[in-house]
Design a protein around this ligand. Structure first.
Ligand code: PMP
Length: 369
């Protein structure tokens, strides 16, 4: 069956193979007589698939042994509170604001951390440029520094994570990788904690992934809810409370799908990274060479996952979207706070889907020239 191409920012397209496998196993998982949604999270069937998902994630993302992988709930927005509840004991919390999501994160942290500093902001560029790390004024003895490594709404991405040690700081770097997890490799030597919801690159909404360095466990504020205390979650192997079992299962299937991906000699996340770069290059090229479409983000930080673009003639927005829908190109409308269009091209979007979008954009432009 040929499905439409779905450009949603999240919840987002899931590979058809994954959905088909989940459908085939819906009533009876591996001959045990139960579907995954019906199993005890403490039974051997669920424990085996949960451990497999964690092991696959560790292998595919090359997560070192001194990091814990936690399966939590509440999404990225809950982590905006959970991170300071766990990590803000030592001192000021630093933020680099590069778009709506890091803006929200710093606002939420003010409820929990005694001191919050925005040490750099991209606001005066309209969130089209990343502030150069050399200009960040880091707080002395900060508990951590938070960045959103891919801003889903503004389409601005750190292709390389900042090296805080090189900036003279030993504060752990916290990254919100909600919208680029598993789309590229992560340099864990620069990271203290990474969090993200599963609903873009990994699976259905409901599961939140946290990857945290061991030495950052055990520092929660007294008011931190037990179910959100990273140390308690880690000690209970993400089973302190009932975990989002369906989300973990589908994420596990997606991780197996990632493991099967190949591009030339590359496999897994490296293959996807290569493919994602080719997809993004194709789309930005089409935008930059057109008279109708525009994207204002600087070339060195354009998101490879979320590509916002605007029609110079905004009166054509509805016609553009209607024509796209007719051709099976779904959910291209931009976020309400910025308007225009946005094509989210996560791992599950094949190059052929981006090509179909680019063909349609050219056709629409010619028709309306
Ligand atoms: N951070 C980023 C970068 C996001 O894209 C999102 C959701 N789009 C969030 C945080 C919030 O995630 P959730 O809705 O799962 O809380």
């Amino acid at each position: 069956m040929m499905r439409p191409y779905n450009f949603s920012a999240g919840p987002a397209a899931i590979p058809a193979e994954v959905l088909e496998q989940a459908a085939a196993e819906m009533l009876d998982w591996h001959g045990c007589g139960m579907g995954v949604m019906e199993m005890s999270h403490r039974g051997r069937e669920f424990l085996s698939l949960c451990e497999q998902a964690q092991a696959d994630l560790r292998a595919l993302l090359a997560v070192p042994a001194h990091f814990e992988i936690l399966f939590m709930q509440g999404g990225g927005l809950a982590e905006n509170a959970i991170v300071p509840l766990n990590l803000s004991r030592a001192g000021a919390v630093d933020f680099v604001v590069t778009g709506s999501w890091s803006q929200k994160s710093q606002q939420e942290a003010r409820k929990y951390a005694s001191e919050v500093n925005v040490v750099a902001s991209a606001e005066d560029s309209g969130f089209t440029r990343l502030p150069d790390p050399a200009t960040w004024t880091l707080s002395r003895g900060a508990s951590y520094l938070h960045i959103c490594s891919n801003e889903t709404i503004h389409g601005i991405e750190f292709h390389q994570l900042p090296d805080l040690r090189a900036l003279g700081s030993d504060a752990p770097l916290v990254i919100d990788f909600s919208s680029h997890v598993a789309s590229r490799s992560v340099d864990w030597s620069r990271v203290g904690l990474a969090f993200g919801g599963a609903q873009k690159n990994l699976g259905p909404a409901g599961l939140t992934l946290v990857v945290v360095r061991e030495d950052l466990l055990g520092h929660a504020l007294p008011a931190c809810p037990s179910a959100f205390d990273y140390q308690i979650v880690a000690r209970n192997r993400s089973m302190y409370n009932t975990p989002p079992t369906w989300g973990i299962y589908v994420t596990g299937l997606t991780l197996q799908w990632i493991g099967r991906q190949r591009e030339g000699a590359l496999g897994g996340v490296a293959a996807l990274e290569q493919r994602n770069m080719a997809k993004a290059a194709l789309l930005y090229e089409a935008i930059d060479t057109s008279q109708l479409y525009v994207n204002k983000v600087a070339a060195n930080c354009r998101s490879r996952m979320n590509v916002p673009f605007f029609l110079r003639d905004e009166t054509r927005n509805d016609a553009f979207l209607a024509g796209a829908r007719e051709r099976g190109l779904l959910q291209l409308k931009g976020h309400k706070s910025v308007g225009g269009m946005r094509a989210s091209i996560y791992n599950a979007m094949p190059l052929a889907g981006v090509q179909a979008l680019v063909d349609y954009m050219r056709e629409f432009e010619e028709k309306h020239a």
